[in-house]
Design a protein around this ligand. Sequence first.
Ligand code: HEC
Ligand code: CU
Length: 472
Amino acid sequence: MKERNYKRAITEFALLSCMVALASTAAVAATEADLPVIVQELVAPPALPAPITRKSPARVVVNLTVEEVEREIAPGTRYMFWTFGGTVPGKMIRVREGDTVELHLQNLASNKLPHNIDLHAVTGPGGGAGQTLIAPGNEAVFTFKALASGLYVYHCATAPVGMHVANGMYGMILVEPKEGMAKVDREYYVMQGDFYTSGAYRAEGLQNFDMQKAVDEKPTYVLFNGADGALTGESSLTANTGEKVRMYFGVGGPNLVSSFHVIGAIFDRVYGDGGVRYQENVQTTLVPPGGSTIVEFVPKVPGNLTLVDHSLTRAFNKGAVGLLTVSGAAQPEIYSQGLKTPLPVMAGAPVKAVAAAVPESAVPLARGKGVFERVCAACHLPDGSGVAGVFPPLANSDFFQERPYEMAHIVMYGRSGELVVNGEHYNGVMPAQDLNDEDVAAVINYINVEMNQGKPVLTPKMVSDMRQIKKL
Ligand code: HEC
Ligand SMILES: [Cu+2]
């Protein structure tokens, strides 16, 4: 009796699983045909398409153009970029795991060269490169299934590949996991790339691509989002304190690995290599060319956070910096500024000795005298003695003598707030002075030499460098 029941159970199970199998085959066939068609809306970086709310697969149509465009790589410096969608990095594609992607690549008729696309999210030969290789004025289509979730780089793979990538031909495709991604308040899309121009960093005019520099892996520029200053000044990224920020960061290369770091923040989570697992409490994460990472953090204190490649001469001498400007109320229990006071030994002569490397001839004192009389004397008085409690003295000023070269900052950017000079308290506003590098260096040297028994401390080049640093 027992055995008969058992056998019957097995037969029933076999039948049942057979039916399930049939049903699921039918289901697959039905979904393939019935997949809703969605045309991807592409937006310019650092923006990206909105998070996916769908709970089922779709056929996502992506119309991606290839555009060769001349534009600024740095203020006053132009470069011929080759792009996906007109931007560097190329427009981000966002799909859901299990989606079918119908990719249309259009090589605009106005272009000069053949191009194609290799997407690292594709399972198949060349990532689509062979099928999409087309001359200007043509369109190629291919379809792939987004099998695995993750953040993937795409790039042009037309020979010479390094050159096409060096000219800006890379972007990313985000394949969201089926269950979706946790909600955040801000999402940004940033890619680093190395650029090889015939002229030096920030040399003016239209610059050509330098193949030898590329082969030697000696870039002139290392940039976030394709331009020096693409993420600074007016174009800085923004967030409010307490908001959850997620950055999709990738490296197009073609050559340099990025040590991606945000100065003033700790990543709560890093989805290393753009994969599905995360590490917590990370300071700097390594991203290879053709690779990516997803970082998440909550800025808690207002101010500027600085995105850098922590290979720092790339950041400070080749352009790899961006800003995230954080707004919100101060959080003194997390971060508060104390006072800066000179150590006793630093207040006197030794400091002057440290900063005495500038020759007298670098900036003529006569020029400094002229600037002083024309600009500064109105407030600080012609002999630099100031007005007690209103305009601090520049002559024999202990504040000035402490770090004379830093006074250039005050001249360029102004100063306000608490100030103690020679024991007297001030709380006024000194407006920023619109002077060129020569004049700033000249007036500071003049004040230091003629009014503070010091030596020349600044050259115009040093002032220019100070401006670059301040820009960050
Ligand atoms: C419109 C009035 C005004 C002009 C013009 C002006 N300053 Fe000032 N300056 C001030 C005030 C006010 C302060 C104090 C600001 C504070 O309280 O933070 C100040 C502070 C300073 C300080 C720091 C304090 C000290 O005494 O060492 C320096 C250095 C300085 N000024 C240099 C200059 C130089 C150089 C020029 C000319 C290129 C100049 N200022 C032009 C009003 C002026
Ligand atoms: Cu190309």
